[in-house]
Design a protein around this ligand. Structure first.
Ligand SMILES: O=C(O)CCC(=O)C(=O)O
Length: 264
């Protein structure tokens, strides 16, 4: 399959009050075991103001190359089309978000190649237990996520500390944070996040990037309502790879409190 474009899909996460069809929580995350030196020998000689660093990153993450950074103010490359003709749907659809340019590649191709080469992608793995049988799942896509819900903030100074946003108390060992070590958004993605904010008027506290490397990669129906994302997470999600349909469906409306759905 030819992979020829970057597709940006941006949405605010749905209300966490209706936690149905939740994704099983990942129990193990495999981080690509590459180092900057093996990945890109030139990086050794580059100056530290060309990349973002943090103890929770497996390697320094490069800033956008100047040619792409210069194009950022021109994104989105099209007017957003509002899709809000169904209950509970409030979408802005940009087609394209990043200009493809002549020859079909253009900035979208450069951004795609940059992100694919520079971000620390991994495949999430977890075990599910159904009817007493444990099955190991290896999600069929490459993914990487950065950010922190707004109840907390990073300790600063490149360390891995996470502090309570109000009290400043160290919450790094909070059970969610020790399981999913939060990582600050690197500059290259933060610039995309800010672009998404300008385009949509929404504020995003997470950046998620999915890379579907071949036609065998996919994602199934799910809700982004895991508790570790905070009470009202807003996720800027960037999907890389070939063009795909993005399907949404309604969750069943929960019955009012005290009303049983069981048949007599
Ligand atoms: O890649 C996409 O378009 C969807 C991403 C998504 O929903 C997720 O990873 O939670």
């Amino acid at each position: 399959m030819k992979i020829d474009r970057v597709q940006s899909l941006i949405w605010s996460a749905f209300s966490p009050q209706v936690p149905r069809y939740a994704k099983p929580a990942p129990t193990k995350v495999d981080i690509t075991p590459e180092t900057p030196a093996t990945r890109n020998p030139e990086q050794k000689t580059r100056s530290s103001d060309e990349f973002s660093t943090h103890l929770a990153y497996p390697f320094p993450i490069s800033h956008l190359p100047p040619a792409l950074a210069a194009e950022l103010p021109s994104w989105p490359a099209s007017l957003g089309r509002a899709i809000n003709d169904q209950p509970n749907i409030d979408l802005l659809y940009f087609e394209p978000y990043v200009a493809r340019g002549l020859g079909g590649g253009g900035n979208a191709r450069s951004l795609f190649e940059f992100l694919r080469a520079e971000l620390p992608f991994y495949r999430v793995e977890y075990d599910i237990n159904r009817g007493g049988t444990s099955t190991h799942i290896r999600t069929p896509r490459w993914t990487t996520v950065f950010g922190l819900d707004d109840t907390s903030r990073f300790g600063g100074g490149g360390n891995e500390k996470v502090l309570d946003a109000k009290t400043g108390r160290d919450v790094s060992t909070d059970k969610f944070y020790s399981r999913y070590k939060p990582r600050p958004i690197p500059k290259c993605l933060d610039e995309l996040r800010l672009s998404a904010q300008r385009a949509t008027g929404c504020e995003f506290n997470f950046c998620l990037v999915n890379y579907y490397a071949s036609g065998a990669d996919s994602i199934s129906f799910h809700s982004d309502d895991e508790r570790f994302l905070g009470p009202l997470p807003a996720i800027a999600s960037f999907s890389l790879g070939a063009r795909r349909d993005f399907l949404l469906k309604h969750k069943p409306t929960p019955p009012p409190p005290g009303v049983s759905t069981r048949r007599p």
